[in-house]
Design a protein around this ligand. Structure first.
Ligand code: PMP
Length: 291
């Protein structure tokens, strides 16, 4: 059980960790975040996560009050303080308190920088053996030309609606299409399809977040001698694939075995899904920042 939260680089006990009700993260979802994991003393791809945090913040004109080095240190210190070496880490940067309900972001002079670390499991472990059943949900990915999905903003309503629709339909997760009807991603996972030794994933400009796990899988697959293509995928491509899997910091790599009532492959997590997961488990303890 994690006890200490870092707020503006000071440790506060969990029960005392509070932000103002006028905080714009609460009022408007005005802020950005990252979800990161530490595995046996290695914070996997911390540098990449911090870089993406900076990119998200830049996009919404939010100045992060710490340097990359300071953020690295705050994350490491928070893990130490909580005596965790395997954990889920959440960095939240809210624009802080502004002037009442004014939308003007330039009157906010004290962004709130929060790091939470806790022990964590994504999907229950049996689902990694069994695979996930998903459906295409009615909610479409918000358009990149309106609010870029590359911004990991505190407003995750697009994804929350997808999760809700999947749960209401009685399945594990939802498949999001873009407004043109092409495959984009799951609620908080990128999606891959495997067919005849080809590994495919939608290009990010179609609306998928440039996932750090996604990029690791692309690298991994190439190292293992497969060709990964980033290309437009339709639902038909998924239905007729040999394997489909999701990737994400929380989910890691998990097989998808049923989509809209169609069994994928033989209805079990595929050989490559398992291979990538095994290989991924090796790099998560190596590639990153040691605590
Ligand atoms: N898509 C969305 C919408 C997400 O929120 C996430 C989780 N960050 C992902 C994909 C997977 O990205 P990553 O591998 O960097 O966790």
């Amino acid at each position: 059980m994690s006890e200490w939260i870092s707020i503006n680089n000071e440790f506060v006990r969990k029960e005392d960790a509070k932000v103002s009700i006028y905080d714009r993260g609460f009022l408007f979802g005005d802020g950005v975040f990252e979800g990161i994991r530490a595995y046996s003393g290695n914070v996997f791809k911390l540098k990449e996560h911090i870089e993406r945090l900076y990119d998200s913040a830049k996009s919404i004109l939010l100045d992060i009050p710490y340097t990359r080095e300071q953020i690295t240190q705050i994350v490491v210190d928070t893990l130490h303080k909580n005596q965790l070496n395997t954990a889920y880490i959440r960095i939240i940067v809210s624009r802080g308190v502004g002037m009442g309900y004014s939308l003007d972001p330039f009157v906010c002079h004290a962004p709130q920088f929060i790091v939470i670390t806790e022990a964590f499991e994504a999907f229950p472990s049996h689902l990694y053996d069994q695979g996930l059943e998903i459906i295409t949900v009615p909610t479409r990915r918000n358009r990149s030309d309106v609010l870029s999905p590359q911004v990991k903003s505190l407003n995750y309503l697009n994804n929350i609606l997808v999760k809700a629709e999947a749960i209401v339909a009685g399945v594990n997760d939802g498949l999001m299409l873009n407004t043109e009807g092409y495959v984009v991603e799951g609620t908080t996972q990128n999606i891959f399809a495997v067919k005849n030794n080809e590994i495919m994933t939608p290009p990010c400009y179609l609306g998928a977040l440039e996932g750090i796990t996604r990029n690791s899988v692309i690298e991994l697959s190439e190292r293992l001698g497969y060709i990964t293509t980033e290309r437009t995928l339709t639902r038909h491509d998924l239905y007729t694939a040999d394997e489909v899997f999701f990737t994400g910091t929380a989910a890691e790599i998990i097989g998808v075995i049923k989509i809209d009532g169609r069994l994928i492959g033989d209805g079990k997590p595929g050989v490559k899904t398992k291979l990538f997961f095994e290989e991924f488990k090796k790099i998560v303890v190596e590639d990153g920042v040691k605590i």
